[in-house]
Write a protein that binds this ligand. Structure first.
Ligand code: ATP
Ligand code: MG
Length: 258
């Protein structure tokens, strides 16, 4: 069977289960993303009734492709980590220092599956303490399903493209999230920027695959980098607080000065 024939057969199988494949564009990007493993994982999720519509692509990032979907009439995001083209080396570094995942070794596939699970756990921890992030729903192999943040199939804009009235207030709100992420969820986002924050009435943090626990050896480096990124962006629009002071506010007074 050729790949096209395989895909046709896959589409028929999926559609036989009552799942609509909505957007012809999905088919076009499929070839890079949908290898055997991914098709199987997707098939499993459909079979388990976690997906009722597979919609069009929202984004093609460095490591993942993001699609719109539906489950029980609710919008969901289908985030598929690419097995072949993900940045294996960078991912390994984030994994190795994180005690939850430090035993993950070996194959590219194994690493990507663990990474998918890591993003699920990170989102769950943040969501559990009430930080605005997409609610994670379920994962299978390299596919993560989460709540869709948007309206009428249109995602909320990234902060860099959003219309914000009061930048000072949004800056403070985000610093508040970073502090709660640190103090209550015991995580550092580690890729915080105007790309990984969506905005609609309030900011939402997204893209948490790389987020690490506080005991990661590079946790302090990641935290200061996140703060610098926020300050770099917000300094164009409002006054920002000195990064050392922000750091102290986030880490708190747990550390006594001599
Ligand atoms: N839950 C969501 N709801 C709405 N839109 C989303 C959601 N998750 C992601 N998106 C959209 O897809 C884009 C890419 O998502 P995300 O940042 O998670 O992956 P990525 O940047 O491709 O990953 P990587 O950093 O590995 O390349 C986001 O900028 C956003 O526009
Ligand atoms: Mg991103």
């Amino acid at each position: 069977m050729t790949r096209d024939e395989e895909h046709d057969q896959f589409d028929r199988k999926i559609e036989a289960m009552g799942v609509r494949i909505k957007d012809a564009n999905t088919v076009k990007v499929r070839d890079d993303v949908f290898d055997e493993v991914t098709l199987m994982a997707l098939y499993k999720l459909v079979q388990k009734k976690q997906i009722s519509v597979i919609g069009g692509p929202i984004s093609t990032g460095k490591e993942a492709n993001v699609f719109y979907g539906e489950h029980d009439g609710r919008g969901i995001v289908i985030k598929i980590y690419r097995i072949q083209t993900a940045n294996f080396k960078a991912m390994t570094e984030y994994m190795a220092g994180d005690r939850r995942f430090s035993s993950v070794r070996g194959t590219r596939k194994g690493l990507i599956f663990a990474w998918t699970k890591k993003e699920f756990s990170n989102l769950a921890r943040a969501h559990d303490v009430g930080i605005p992030v997409p609610e994670p729903l379920v994962f299978d192999r390299n596919i993560l399903l989460m709540e869709f943040l948007g309206e009428d199939e249109v995602p909320y804009p990234q902060l860099r493209n959003a219309e914000v009235e009061d930048y000072g207030a949004v800056y403070q709100q985000i610093l508040g999230y970073v502090k709660r992420l640190y103090q209550e969820a015991h995580l550092i986002h580690a890729d915080l920027s105007e790309y990984n924050i969506l905005y609609h009435e309030k900011p939402y943090l997204i893209d948490m695959g790389q987020a690490v626990t506080l005991d990661h050896p590079r946790a302090p480096v990641f935290l200061i980098r996140d703060i610098k990124n926020l300050n770099r962006y917000f300094s164009r629009y409002c006054d920002v607080t000195d990064e050392e002071e922000v750091l102290r506010a986030i880490v708190g007074t747990g550390r006594r000065e001599p």
